[in-house]
Design a protein around this ligand. Structure first.
Ligand code: HAM
Length: 419
C-alpha cells in the first residue's frame, strides 16, 4: 500500500535556504551590519510575535487588513506575525525612553511576514535590515540615515550609477492638502492612494470618488506636479554631497504607504528597469512613539529587504562566489585508518582549521569528487600508509598541487594558502 506522501515544497511565498542560499544571506547581512556599525549603530532584536493591537493605529491599512498573519492563541489573545519592525522598535524605545541615551542608533535584520501575492521582489517572508536613528531631528540626521543606505550598496560593490535615491517630504503633501482643501479625515487615505498611483489605471477616478470632489482632485494632481523641490530637500542634497552621496533626486511622486511618516521620505531604486521595485524605503516619523503615551520622540529610519537586494546584485553581476566554511576534508581510505583520521582532524580543529572527516566508506575518488562539488578547497587522503608514516599529502583541489607534510606543518601551510 502506498503511504500518502508529504510534499517537499515549502509553504507558499517563503523560501528554504540551502547552504549556498544561506551563504548569500550571511554575506549580505555581514555587509549590512558592518556599515551600520561603522556609523555607530547597535544591534537589537525581538520576537516575531506581537500583540495585534500594536499595528491597529499606525501601520498602513492595506498591510493591516489584507496582509497580516493574525491569529488567536490558545489563551484567546490576538497575535500578529510582525509585518514590519518599526512598531516593535518604537515599542521597545518607548518602554525605556528615560534610560536609553539619545540619540539612539539601532539596527536589526528581522524576518517579516506579509500575506502578499508572491511575485518578483515580493514574498510572504523576507528579511529586512532596519536602521533607525531615534531622538534626533534635522538635516544631519536625515542625511546620515540615507548615507548608511548608500554605504551598504557601495560596500556590496555597487556604483552610484547603479541606483537612485528618490527623496520627497510628507510636508509637501500636507501643504498641498491644505491649499487644495482636502479634509484631514481623507488625508491618510489619499496618501496611500498616491502611493499606489503607478500601479492603478484609473487613479484620478478613484481619487475623485475618495474626496468626492472632481475639481479638487484635478487641482491636487496639478499642485503635486508643480512642486519640484523644497528648501529642506535642497539642504539635504548639500548635506549628502558633503558626505559623498551624489545620486539623490527629488521625486515628489514618492509618498510611502505607512501612515506614521511626518517629514523626509525616500526610496532607493535600481537604475536597471529589470528591477522596478524599491530596494529600500524609509523616512522620518516624529509621532509614532507618542502612541505609547510617552512624549513624542523624533525618529528617522529605513528598511532594506533581502529579496530585492539579491535581485539587484544579480542584475549587476555582484553576487559573491560560494565558499563553504570548511577548509579541509580528510578522506578515509581504509576503515583501519579512520580513528587516526579523526584524531588528526581534532588536532587541526584545535589549531582553528575547519575540517570535515569523510567516513562514508565510498571510494576515495568519489570522496574527492564530493569535496570538490562542495567547493572545499583542500583534501588529505588518510590510509594505513599515512597512519604509519606520519606524512600526509595536502591537495589543493583547484590547482591540483600537492604538498607532502608532517601533521604539525598542516595548519601553518593551510593558513598561508587560504589567506
Ligand atoms: P517598506 O517599504 O514596507 O518599509 O519595506 C522596506 C523594504 O523591504 C522594501 O523596499 C523592500 O526592499 C522590502 N520588502 C517589503 N515588503 C517585502 C516583501 N513582501 N517581500 C520582499 N521584500 C519586501 C517598511 O517596512 C518600514 N517599516 C521601513 C522603515 C524603517 N521606516 C522607518 N524605519
Amino acid at each position: 500500500m502506498n503511504k500518502p506522501r508529504v510534499s517537499t515544497e515549502p509553504y507558499k511565498g517563503v523560501r528554504d535556504f540551502y547552504p549556498q542560499d544561506q551563504f548569500f544571506q550571511r554575506y549580505l547581512f555581514e555587509h549590512m551590519e558592518r556599515v551600520c556599525e561603522l556609523y555607530g549603530y547597535e544591534e537589537y532584536n525581538a520576537s516575531v510575535l506581537e500583540p495585534a493591537e500594536l499595528y491597529r493605529s499606525k501601520t498602513s491599512e492595506e498591510i493591516l487588513n489584507e496582509q497580516t498573519y493574525t491569529f488567536q492563541d490558545r489563551g484567546e489573545r490576538e497575535v500578529t506575525l510582525r509585518p514590519e519592525m518599526t512598531p516593535t522598535l518604537a515599542r521597545m524605545i518607548a518602554a525605556r525612553s528615560r534610560e536609553i541615551p539619545m540619540p539612539a542608533r539601532w539596527y536589526s535584520v528581522p524576518n517579516l511576514f506579509r500575506y502578499e501575492r508572491s511575485q518578483r521582489g515580493r514574498l510572504r517572508e523576507h528579511w529586512q535590515l532596519n536602521v533607525d536613528l531615534v531622538g534626533a531631528e534635522g538635516v544631519e540626521a536625515d542625511a546620515e540615515i540615507i548615507a548608511v543606505a548608500h554605504g551598504i550598496l557601495r560596500s556590496l560593490g555597487a556604483d552610484e550609477r547603479d541606483f537612485e535615491i528618490r527623496v520627497s517630504d510628507r510636508r509637501i503633501l500636507d501643504s498641498v492638502y491644505e491649499s487644495v482643501g482636502i479634509a484631514k479625515e481623507y488625508a491618510a487615505r489619499v496618501t496611500r492612494l498616491l502611493d499606489r498611483r503607478a500601479k492603478i489605471d484609473d487613479f484620478e477616478k478613484q481619487l475623485t470618488e475618495m474626496i468626492k470632489h472632481e475639481e479638487k482632485a484635478a487641482e491636487l494632481i496639478a499642485e503635486l506636479e508643480r512642486i519640484t523641490s523644497t528648501k529642506y530637500l535642497e539642504d539635504l542634497r548639500v548635506q549628502l554631497q558633503h558626505m559623498g552621496v551624489s545620486n539623490m533626486v527629488v521625486d515628489t511622486s514618492i509618498t510611502r504607504g505607512f501612515d506614521y511618516y511626518t517629514g523626509m521620505i525616500f526610496e532607493i531604486f535600481d537604475t536597471n528597469s529589470k528591477n522596478p521595485r524599491a530596494l529600500m524605503g524609509g523616512g522620518r516619523y516624529d509621532n509614532l512613539l507618542s502612541m505609547f503615551g510617552s512624549d513624542p520622540i523624533p525618529a528617522v529610519g529605513f528598511g532594506m529587504g533581502d529579496v530585492t537586494a539579491r535581485d539587484f546584485l544579480e542584475t549587476h553581476n555582484l553576487l559573491p562566489n560560494y565558499a563553504p566554511a570548511t577548509e579541509l576534508m580528510i578522506c578515509v581510505v581504509e576503515k583501519t585508518a579512520s580513528q587516526h583520521a579523526i584524531a588528526l582532524a581534532q588536532d587541526l580543529r584545535r589549531q582553528d582549521i575547519a575540517v570535515a572527516v569523510n567516513f562514508s566508506g565510498k571510494r576515495v575518488g568519489d570522496q574527492i569528487r564530493d569535496a570538490d562539488k562542495m567547493k572545499i578547497p583542500f583534501v588529505i587522503v588518510v590510509g594505513e600508509k599515512e597512519r604509519d608514516s606520519g606524512r600526509y599529502s595536502l591537495k589543493n583541489l583547484e590547482s591540483g598541487n600537492e604538498t607532502v607534510l608532517s601533521a604539525d606543518r598542516i595548519a601553518e601551510h593551510l593558513f598561508s594558502a587560504l589567506e
